[in-house]
Design a protein around this ligand. Structure first.
Ligand code: SF4
Length: 188
């Protein structure tokens, strides 16, 4: 099976990529890391996270692809949900938006399935991510792989990854300023 791994950032995906690269995920013969995150704002932050993702993929010698960055289109998709809390409906739409793109990418590029690292942080709801993936348009299979949490933590401790202190969109920055949210990537 050829898999598309949808990634939000290097710290969250480090363990999953290592597992895939070492061939320990049964049934996966080939994979590519897809960085498609038009949710991230501002663009300078997007670029910083993307560069960190690329650096890690190149270090491990794995294939990667960068999706289109169109924050206005993403913003239109979540319109009306700006005030939702993290893990609320805006996040379900945000996940589904990215999975729809990933399924289309998989179909157009000869991949059989998609998986993600969107739910690895303890600040995320894996069930919400899985539900969004299943409901996203497109008939590409979704694999709800449970990644090795210990490996992810270990790699992060040993690395000097750039670690953001908010999820990605401008609405999650607001949540940070209210001190009700701690970074999804700092608390490893
Ligand atoms: S908080 Fe994160 S998952 Fe939720 S809408 Fe914003 S970027 Fe997407």
């Amino acid at each position: 099976m050829k898999l598309v791994l949808v990634s939000c950032c290097a710290p969250c995906s480090a363990g999953a990529i290592k597992q895939l690269a070492s061939g320990e995920i049964a049934g996966v013969d080939d994979f590519i890391v897809l960085f498609f995150n038009p949710n991230i704002w501002p663009e300078s932050e997007y670029t910083r996270r993307m560069n960190e993702q690329v650096k890690y993929c190149e270090k491990l010698g794995v294939k990667y692809a960068i999706g289109e960055y169109n924050h206005d289109a993403w913003h239109a998709a979540v319109r009306g949900l700006e005030a939702e809390p993290e893990r609320g409906n805006r996040c379900s739409v945000c996940f589904a938006y990215r999975f729809e793109y990933a399924k289309k990418f998989a179909r157009e590029n000869g991949y059989d399935a998609v998986a993600s690292v969107f739910g690895v942080s303890r600040h995320k709801d894996q069930h919400q991510v899985d539900t969004a993936a299943e409901s996203a348009p497109g008939d590409t299979e979704y694999l709800p792989i449970k990644w090795d949490e210990n490996l992810r933590v270990q790699i992060n401790r040993e690395s000097d990854f750039y670690r953001q202190n908010y999820c990605g969109c401008e609405f999650s920055i607001r949540t940070v300023s209210n001190l009700s949210f701690l970074s999804s990537c700092k608390n490893l």
